[in-house]
Design a protein around this ligand. Structure first.
Ligand code: RAM
Length: 336
C-alpha cells in the first residue's frame, strides 16, 4: 500500500528523505517530544560547542526538543543555577559535562528524584550523581596514550609539564592520574613531570600559565595540555616565542584550532576524538533512558542512531571509541 502512495504524491524524493530522518527515531523506538537540555562545562568553549551541536542534531533526528544552557566559566559550582532552572522547567533529561565531581551531585539527585533522567558526558560526577556517563574514550587509554606520545616527541628524555583545565575537572584529573601511572614504567626513567599547572579552561589564563612554566623551568622540553583550550593557548604562546622548535606542545586539541600550529611547525602531533559524536551519543543515551528503553544497568544496549547499537559498561559508562592522533599527514582530513 505504501509504495503506490509514494508514487502518486509526485514528491517521492521528499517523502523518502522524511522517512530517512524519522527512521532512526523509529528504529530506536523513542518517545516523541522529549525535552532534553545540555549543560556544557562552559558555553563558549569551542570543544563544548561542537559536542552540544552533536547533541542537538541527535535530538532533532528523534523528534525531541533540545536546548543548551550553561555558565561562561568552568568553576566548580557554576552549573548549579542551570540545573535548578531545568528542574523547574520539568525537562525529561539533563545531559551535563560536570565541572566538579561532587558540587553538582545534590542538585542532580534532586532532578532524578523528580523523574528527570541525568546523563553525564565528557566529565563525570560521582556515580550517585547520574544514571549514565558517556565517556569519550577509555580514561586509562587516554592518560597512558598522552605519555606515550609526549615521550616519543621528546626523544624519551627531559622535563615536561602538564597544563590542565581546572583543578577540579573530573576528566582531566583522571587522565593525569593515568599519566602518572604510565610514567612509573622503566622506559620513562629519563622523563620527569616537573609541574601540573591549571589554566582553568580559560584562554588567557592558559596563555599566562604557559609563559610561567617556561620561565620557571628553563630546561622544559615539553608541555602536555589535555584540554583543547590549554593546548591552543600554549601553542599560540610558543609559536611566537623563542621556545618554538625547542619546546614540544602536545595534548588534546581540535584539528581546526590546532591546524595553523601544525602547519607552522609549533605542534607535531596531538590527539582527540570527535566531540560531535560524543554529544550525539549522549543525547541518544538520554532519550533511551527517558523512553524506558534502558535503566542504566551494565549490559543493556540501545540504538544510538548513526552510531549504531551501544552497550552500557561497568558503573553506567558508555564509551564512544578510541582517540585519533593528528599530525601534518592527516590533519586536513578532519574538520572540527
Ligand atoms: C576541553 C575541556 C573538555 C575536554 C577537552 C579535551 O575542551 O576541558 O572537558 O574533554 O578539553
Amino acid at each position: 500500500m505504501f509504495k503506490p502512495l509514494l508514487r502518486h504524491t509526485g514528491t517521492a524524493a521528499l517523502c523518502a528523505a522524511l522517512l530517512a530522518i524519522s527512521c532512526s527515531a523509529l528504529a530506536a523506538d523513542l518517545k516523541s517530544g522529549l525535552k532534553i537540555a545540555f549543560i556544557p562545562k562552559q558555553i563558549n568553549n569551542p570543544y563544548e560547542v561542537i559536542a552540544d551541536d552533536g547533541g542537538m542534531a541527535a535530538i532533532k533526528e528523534f523528534g525531541g526538543v533540545g536546548k543548551v544552557v550553561g555558565p561562561s566559566d568552568a568553576g566548580a559550582s557554576s552549573q548549579v543555577q542551570y540545573i535548578n532552572t531545568l528542574i523547574t522547567q520539568r525537562q525529561d533529561a539533563i545531559v551535563i559535562a560536570a565541572n566538579d565531581a561532587n558540587a553538582v551531585v545534590p542538585y542532580l539527585k534532586k532532578a532524578m528524584g523528580q523523574g528527570i533522567k541525568v546523563v553525564t558526558f565528557d566529565s563525570d560526577t560521582a556515580p550517585e550523581g547520574r544514571q549514565l556517563f558517556v565517556n569519550q574514550a577509555n580514561a586509562e587509554g587516554i592518560g597512558r596514550g598522552q605519555v606515550q606520545l609526549v615521550s616519543k616527541l621528546m626523544g624519551g628524555e627531559g622535563e615536561f609539564a602538564v597544563l590542565s583545565a581546572t583543578p577540579n575537572a573530573t576528566n582531566q584529573n583522571t587522565w593525569i592520574k593515568w599519566m602518572q601511572e604510565e610514567l612509573k614504567k622503566p622506559e620513562y626513567a629519563k622523563i620527569k613531570l616537573v609541574k601540573i599547572a591549571y589554566g582553568n579552561d580559560d584562554d588567557q589564563k592558559s596563555f599566562v600559565e604557559t609563559q610561567g612554566l617556561l620561565q620557571a623551568y628553563p630546561n622544559l622540553k615539553a608541555i602536555v595540555a589535555p584540554t583543547t583550550v590549554g593546548i591552543a593557548a600554549a601553542a599560540r604562546y610558543i609559536s611566537s616565542s623563542s621556545s618554538k622548535g625547542k619546546v614540544v606542545v602536545t595534548g588534546l586539541g581540535t584539528p581546526n584550532q590546532m591546524r595553523a600550529f601544525v602547519k607552522n611547525g609549533t605542534v607535531k602531533a596531538f590527539q582527540l576524538w570527535d566531540p560531535n559524536q560524543l554529544g550525539y551519543l549522549a543525547a541518544y543515551a538520554a532519550a533511551a533512558l527517558s523512553s524506558g528503553k534502558i535503566s542504566g544497568k551494565e549490559g543493556e544496549s540501545f540504538d544510538a542512531g548513526k552510531l549504531g547499537k551501544r552497550t552500557i559498561g561497568q558503573q553506567g559508562e558508555i564509551i564512544l571509541g578510541p582517540p585519533t592522533t593528528f599530525d601534518a599527514t592527516n590533519i586536513d582530513n578532519f574538520n572540527f
